[in-house]
Design a binder for this molecule. Structure first.
Ligand SMILES: [Zn+2]
Length: 365
């Protein structure tokens, strides 16, 4: 198989960059459909409008509410088509961004601009949308014609969001290197439809190194609603490198176990985030891989230092129900899942034992 790299058109990151939006998008389209929640419209809508007006572009607003569902996508497509928009902007967290990417795809692959307002996951740079139903269950994944044309991250905006969002982003990004390494070792096919390359593996390692070095100080900055160099480094890891890594480096057991844990009623009811489940899934992946103790300790120390979950109780499991955890393990080990990228013959029983061992290891530290 070939190595395949698939990246965003332009990635811009820095404090105050939102006000420079016009210069990065002016050649991409003329009438912009802005998809975001009323809350984010209030936060940054005026700045987006001013930036676009400064380069003589029009803007039409399409109100978004919480979930990336087929209904939300179809409503925004109708808004964009009726207004004659030729370019999409998605601003917000993961679901508004995923909706915008799907809308650009459904409108014939027109240009798509992404403005994350939190750094809680790797959605901004990924060239796909995860679509849910009203109950919050994944119904399909829509692949974009190409990755977003522009991803613009104003770290001044990210620094205003509560720390829990950045902690979630750290959990998602923490697994990037280990998942890419698993795919590298087994020759797994990534979502870019090729093998993990030297480039992707090196970028995934850089993601891990930046997190280890800068996360604690980045969180201190967010607590003060300030931008510092540490926050810039961590945001680059959580939004750019983590997204690139997920697509071009590949996913493995950490994300598969996240998918399984999402079906545990207590964890779902707890509102546990994607990144939190991925971080716990990573501990279980390291057990499945029989990772060296030093690596283990480094990952667990990091998880504790930034406040990510390391036990089932942390994820919201107050009462252990064996059948629920066995079902999570079964989902994670199913043939369409990424656990096979660690080793092709991993069974649901092995994943179940790894989850219990991860819980024990997390509690012991
Ligand atoms: Zn993820």
């Amino acid at each position: 198989m070939a190595v395949v790299l698939r990246d965003v058109g332009q990635y811009i990151q820095g404090a105050g960059e939102l006000d420079n939006l016009g210069k990065f998008v002016k050649k991409l389209g003329n009438k912009f459909l802005l998809i975001c929640s009323p809350n984010n419209k209030q936060r940054i809508g005026d700045r987006i409008e001013t930036a676009l007006n400064s380069v003589e572009k029009e803007i039409v607003y399409s109100e978004f509410h919480n979930q990336c569902t087929m209904e939300a996508i179809e409503k925004a497509v109708a808004d964009g088509t009726a207004a004659g928009c030729d370019i999409i902007i998605g601003a917000g967290g993961g679901t508004a961004i995923d909706t915008a990417k799907a809308v650009a795809t459904k409108m014939g692959g027109i240009p798509c601009v992404i403005i994350p307002t939190i750094a809680s996951n790797d959605a901004p740079c990924a060239g796909l949308s995860v679509v849910y139903n009203e109950e919050g269950v994944v119904v399909k994944v829509i692949n974009m014609v190409r990755n977003p044309d522009v991803v613009l991250v104003d770290t001044g905006v990210i620094a205003q969001a509560p720390r829990k969002f950045l902690v979630s982003g750290m959990g998602d990004a923490l697994a990037t290197y280990f998942e890419a390494r698993a795919c590298w070792r087994t020759g797994a096919r990534t979502m870019a439809r090729g093998n993990c390359s030297h480039t992707s593996l090196a970028m995934a390692k850089l993601c891990y190194d930046l997190l280890l070095e800068h996360s604690v100080k980045a969180l201190e900055a967010v607590d003060r609603n300030e931008v510092n160099e540490d926050l810039e480094n961590v945001v680059e890891a959580c939004i750019y490198l983590s997204g690139f890594g997920a697509i071009c480096g590949g996913l493995a057991a950490a994300h598969a176990i996240n998918d399984g844990l999402g079906a545990v009623p207590q964890i779902h009811a707890n509102g546990t985030s994607h990144g939190e489940k991925v971080a716990f899934g990573l501990i279980a992946q390291l057990i499945l891989e029989k990772a060296p103790e030093e690596e283990w300790n480094t990952v667990l120390d990091y998880i504790h230092a930034v406040g990510l979950p390391s036990t089932l109780a942390d994820l919201g499991v107050t009462e252990f129900v064996e059948a629920d955890i066995r079902r999570a393990a079964k989902i994670a080990a199913s043939p369409k899942e990424f656990t096979k990228n660690v080793r092709a013959d991993i069974t649901a029983d092995e994943v179940y034992e790894a989850i219990l061992a991860a819980d024990k290891a997390g509690a012991a530290k």
